[in-house]
Write a protein that binds this ligand. Sequence first.
Ligand SMILES: [Zn+2]
Length: 438
Amino acid sequence: MQATEAKKHLSFGSLIKYLGGLYLDVPDWRQEGKVEHSIRDTAMGGVGMMYFQSDSVLEFQRQLEVSTRRSNLSTLFGVNKVPSDSQMREILDEVSSETARPAFKKYFAGLQRGKYLERFQIFPGQYLLSLDGSQYFGSENISCPHCLIKEHKSGQTNYSHLILQATLVHPDQKQVIPLMPEEICNEDGTTKQDCEFNAAKRILPQIRTEHPFLDIIINCDGLYSKQPMFELLYELKMHGILVAKEDDHKPLFEWVSEQRQLGETTQYEAVDEKHRKHRYEWINAVPLNGRPDSILVNFFRYQIIVDGEVTYKSAWVTDLEVTKQNVATMVRAGRARWKIENECFNTLKNQGYHLEHNFGHGQKNLSFNFFLFNLLAFFIHQILELTDGMYQRCRQCYRTKKHLWETLRVLFGLFIFETWENMLTMALSRYTEQPRPG
Ligand SMILES: [Zn+2]
């Protein structure tokens, strides 16, 4: 496929059309003749809300529908008839969350074909995939049979939903690329750690199946830096850069310390323009744990020293060979984990989360479906930032992303646009006609 053709597949219209098509294929369980809103209309209404991060989207579009017989949910999201809140709740609770899965793969493949993925290479041909657990719902009174339950000593019960999220990241790229998340379910009273690790045992083979040839380096926290994780990575032909904490890895750190005294570790320091010292140290082929059958891993650590004081330090274990040439990049790769917290989860958590409170938690799939719509809307925003020239211009013209989206929400509620591009043209018009001062 040509890059220009690939770009067409990444346009707002194509991305939305593909997503809507997935919900068109869901078999309808409802009695014929009693169906007022199709599953696709309902799902895409939900996507529209998440896309504009506003629960008033449905109400405004219903008003537009009444006064003009049309709405932006229809022109932009293919919604023939805007559903009511209660209808949305009922229908989306029944729809399998797996319906959304192909969209993550399709969007990823689009970025790959359009050559947008190349800039995410951390080493030639290799991509960094951050793996992190996150809570997306928590309550003391709302719950469903899928909720994780935590009893507090005070007698309070806490209900929550967690996911394990895999996200393609690069330390120099502002955008991140999410893959389909894995739900962490409460089964047989297992502890959270077991659950999160079990979720990793489900999501990693799934990723390998969906991306059979992708050269992946999994980047995760100290929870995972154990032998079974390395064995799983070997089996799936993946690499790993995993945080190693001294408390969890006493024999490993003792070994490294002994080797240091013997002069077997390699160190090097660099001073930056702010006079901060960056100290790197590494040693290859050390036992991960104190057991006789321990695997050998490569160890590296990093410190930032300001005025003789250590202001940051961290250490990692990896199966990749650490060398003087790659150690700085390895450290940047290891530290890129914060990106998934900052760029992905915080964005999702700080925006749109009130939607679930207004639309309900459901008993089956509602909660996770809303999370997926939110994540897909976020994914589409990321794709537009990478590929859509008009959207990029809007981002440059408007002071902040928040300001731009406030404007887009107002336009969405007031005027009917045939296309997303028309909407951006209007958002840009005040800047093209009247250049911004300064
Ligand atoms: Zn629940």
